[in-house]
Design a protein around this ligand. Structure first.
Ligand code: 5GP
Ligand code: MN
Length: 372
């Protein structure tokens, strides 16, 4: 009976993609038998990274281990997340690797299960990835980036999903009706879990402005709203938290630092480390800036470069490059081949170790090849 219900629900829930029941059973077994679970997500965590990691944190925190009756669940992120995610349920429990390696290294070494969310390659999580790969314990991957590297034992990889949070939603939904260690759950979606998932759906789709045309997504949102999610408050907590400096820096970037290449429907914004200092730059202050030139009627490609001063041991500055595009105009090949990065067709990133001038020169030398 349970099995029949399970299949019916899966068919109804997964018109866009199917979470394989074998994979679900494998993941469930790994979780049931783990005692020290570490959840990791990508560098410079965004709303989907935070949401998918924290939703899994809340979900797994209520699973008693088969062995001991107790499970220790920890979230480790490679570096700091923006302050406008501080309010997320569980954010105060997150351990930040950068600056706290001595605290995180034993947790990474002693973990008996890793749950990896919102990245497709251990390289995307820096030193955390190195430590994770030194530990041979099982790994579960939940992600929506193309072509995941083969490093996890159980993989839920769905590039068609709008966000990793969408996959987390479907996973929790699927396991919560299975007769097993999970079935004691009174409700699959606590308000905490639902809030974390909604945050990732909202941020990875630009508040449902792109990558969000599937009708199933709105069924999911309806379910989350029924769980009590305060969608307008979440929007406010994430998007309406600018400091005065951040808004002035945005104005400066658009007014003084945006170059338009009209024949190629392309915009480029750059901000140097000195310019960022002027506006007391904090992590997250440039988030969303790269999307703004796309508001111009005939601009379909936008690139943003931000200079980071050299860190001790690295002689050159690091230039973080963000790419955005609209419609059938992929930018991930450009990000990959020229700036050692990658990502989604319409949202990618990369980096260059060198000066901002060198990064701009490389951009100008290559854009004609990569944009249509
Ligand atoms: P952002 O511009 O917001 O930093 O990144 C946009 C998207 O590009 C991310 O969601 C991620 O998928 C991808 N991305 C950003 N930086 C990198 C990178 O260095 N390497 C790869 N492979 N993907 C990246
Ligand atoms: Mn994502």
């Amino acid at each position: 009976m349970h099995f029949f219900l399970y299949l019916c629900t899966l068919n109804w829930m997964n018109m866009a993609f199917l979470l394989d029941k074998e994979h679900i059973a494998q993941a469930q077994k790994l979780i049931d038998n783990a005692q020290r679970i570490v959840i990791v997500t990508h560098m410079a965590p965004d709303g989907d990274a935070m949401g998918s990691a924290l939703a899994m944190y809340h979900f797994l925190s209520c699973q008693p281990s088969v062995i001991s009756g107790e499970q220790q669940v920890t979230v480790i992120v490679p570096n700091a997340f923006p302050a406008f995610y501080n309010w997320m349920p569980g954010a105060e429990q997150i351990k930040i690797y950068e600056g706290h390696a001595h605290e995180c290294d034993p947790l990474l070494a002693q973990a008996d299960l890793f749950v990896c969310t919102d990245f497709n390659d251990p390289k995307r999580i820096g030193h955390v990835g190195e430590k994770m790969m030194e530990n041979n314990c099982p790994k579960i991957l939940i992600d929506h980036h193309l072509n995941p590297v083969d490093f996890a034992n159980v993989v839920f990889s769905f590039p068609d999903a709008c966000s990793s949070c969408e996959i987390v939603y479907r996973l929790i939904k699927a396991v919560s009706i299975q007769p097993s260690a999970f079935s004691h759950q009174p409700s699959a979606f606590s308000l905490q879990i639902a809030t974390c998932i909604y945050t990732g759906l909202m941020t990875d789709t630009g508040n449902f402005a792109f990558n969000s045309t599937s009708a199933d997504l709105y069924d999911i949102i309806a379910d989350l709203l029924r769980a009590g999610v305060q969608k307008d408050a979440i929007y406010d907590a994430v998007f309406n938290q600018y400091s005065i400096d951040r808004l002035r820096m945005t104005g400066f970037a658009l007014y003084r630092k945006m170059r338009i290449y009209p024949e190629h429907h392309l915009a480029l914004i750059t901000l140097s480390a000195d310019e960022l200092d002027l506006y007391h730059y904090k992590t997250g202050d440039t988030e969303g800036l790269v999307n703004m030139p796309l508001q111009i009627s005939d601009i379909y490609y936008s690139v943003f470069m931000r200079e980071e001063r050299p860190k001790p041991g690295t002689p050159k500055p690091r230039i973080r490059v963000s790419f955005r595009s609209q419609g059938d105009r992929p930018v991930n090949v450009w990000a990959n081949e020229v700036f050692h990065g990658g990502g989604h067709a319409n949202a990618s990133g990369g980096e260059l170790f060198g000066t901002l001038g060198q990064a701009v020169a490389l951009f100008e030398k290559t854009y004609k090849k990569y944009i249509v």
